[in-house]
Design a protein around this ligand. Structure first.
Ligand SMILES: [Ca+2]
Length: 492
């Protein structure tokens, strides 16, 4: 043992001499284990420590060998181990990284999916918002509709209530009307009685201060007052030999007319002839126009043409209608200017106009035919051999020739009289006859004929004045005719 200790002491001394400070603890039989590498920086070099080994003196008998190669190999061996360890660590970390990469990849996909989902979510949100707005809009609209509907319902209820009130009122009025009708009927009977008494007492006497009345018992009353269509042959006109024959009534008589409102005249289809203007209807007919209708007529010396209804259904045709009443559709209570220029419908009720009649009747010798029909569809006529009007400065004074016909002469009293309207009084009466008789006419004081009066339905009318369409010598002043027609034609 003493020899070994010595050997170790020598070795340590050599190490101190050649390698500096070796930190460590020397163990027996295991010197190379866990040596630290030599420090190379100066700081460590300054901290070199020194050891003093007290080595027992011994007697060296042989050569001493010192080797430092063993420690360098150990150092290299440590480095490789570290590398291996490091490699292991690295490989482990690499695996961890790969694992993490996989995780990251998976997470990336998830992120993308999340992004997509978020985008979809945003789209869905906007869509939901849009739908929500639409829903709100729809709700508002429905609410408005409901409000409107409720308003309408309220209105309907109000109207219904109003209708019920009106219906009740209507029933009340019906009752009142029935009572009034009874009263009127009773009064009519009384008035008729009184009229008859008056006629007997004051026949042909005019009352002072009121418009003169014409006699209501006509001279030319039909043979049978109670008219029966079957007995008298329908609506055929009673004629004398001079009466122009109705071409369409030749042959068997027409069936009795049941409707009292049927037009008394034939209603031809409205023909509008564009030829012309003609001098008059006679010239138009002679030019080949055989149908009745609206023609353009321009008399000599007239300023312009006028429209006239030319009636060709009566022999010999070529009649220019200057006045026509059929249904009360036209108001004839008009002023001077209206009567001067004319008014109404050419294919219905109309007045040709005083100026036009004046122009026509002064270009040639004309005759006048007046056709009358009562409410039993009986037709009569009055024809005058000539007709002419004087100019406006003479207030269209009427110049008539001699009468013939079966209606009675209710115009002779008006011959030589000027025309009177509600605004131009040229009659012989102290008042204005046009006011009392409700139309313009060649009034005397006042009228035996009033063909421009008020169209009353049914014949006998009740009015304060004699203002119906009457021909006194036919049905009297209190009977309003159903239809009348005044026509002129040049004398052949
Ligand atoms: Ca007068």
């Amino acid at each position: 043992m003493k020899t070994d200790k010595w050997t170790l002491g020598v070795l340590l001394c050599l190490l101190l001499c050649t390698g500096g400070c070796i930190k460590g603890q020397l163990k027996s039989n295991n010197v190379s284990q866990n040596r630290y590498p030599r420090s190379t920086n100066d700081q460590n070099a300054e901290k070199k420590c020194g050891y003093t080994f007290l080595v027992p003196q011994q007697k060296i008998t042989g050569p001493v060998c010192a080797s430092i190669k063993g420690s360098d190999a150990q150092k290299d061996q440590v480095t490789r181990m570290d590398l291996e360890n490091l490699k292991d660590v690295l490989s482990k970390q690499k695996r961890d990284i790969e694992t993490l990469q996989v995780v990251v990849d998976v997470d990336g996909n998830i992120v993308n999916e999340v992004k997509l989902l978020r985008k979809e979510s945003r789209n869905m949100n906007s869509r939901v918002t849009q739908l929500y707005m639409q829903l709100l809009h729809e709700i508002i609209r429905k609410r408005d509709n409901l409000l409107e509907l409720s308003h309408l319902e309220v209105k309907i209820l109000n109207v219904t209530a109003e209708m019920l009130k009106m219906a009740t009122r209507y029933r009340e009025l019906e009752v009142k009307y029935a009572a009034m009708t009874d009263l009127v009927n009773n009064q009519s009977v009384i008035i008729s009685t009184l009229e008859e008494q008056c006629l007997r007492i004051f026949s042909r006497k005019d009352t002072h201060g009121s418009p003169p009345l014409v006699k209501v018992v006509p001279q030319h009353i039909p043979n049978s007052q109670s008219y029966t269509p079957g007995l008298l042959g329908g609506n055929e006109i009673q004629r004398d030999p001079g009466y122009p024959r109705d071409r369409e009534s030749r042959g068997p008589p027409p069936p009795p007319v049941s409707s009292s409102t049927r037009s008394p005249f034939r209603i031809p289809p409205v023909t509008i002839v564009n030829d012309g203007p003609f001098r008059d209807c006679k010239q138009a007919k002679e030019s080949g126009h055989a149908s009745s209708g609206i023609y353009l007529i321009k008399p000599d010396n007239s300023k312009g043409p006028m429209q006239v209804w030319c009636e060709n259904s009566l022999d010999p045709g070529g009649w220019a209608v200057i006045q026509k009443r059929t249904d009360g559709s036209i108001n004839f209570f008009r002023n001077w200017e209206n009567y001067k220029k004319g008014f109404g419908n050419i294919d219905g009720e109309y007045w040709l106009g005083l100026e036009n009649i004046y122009m026509l009747t002064n270009q040639d010798n004309y005759k006048l035919l007046i056709e009358l029909e009562d409410w039993s569809n009986k037709k009569v006529y009055a024809e005058y051999s000539s007709i002419r009007l004087e100019p406006e400065n003479e207030f269209y004074k009427l110049r008539l020739g001699t009468y013939q016909g079966n209606a009675g002469d209710s115009m002779v009293w008006h011959n030589g009289k000027q025309f009177t309207t509600l605004d131009r009084d040229r009659d012989s009466y102290t008042g204005n006859c046009a006011h009392f008789h409700k139309g313009g006419w060649w009034y005397n004081a006042c009228a035996h004929s009033n063909l421009n009066g008020v169209w009353y339905r049914g014949g006998h009318y009740r009015s304060k004045h004699q203002d119906g369409i009457y021909w006194a010598e036919y049905r009297g002043g209190s009977y309003s005719l159903k239809s009348v027609q005044m026509m002129i034609r040049p004398i052949d």
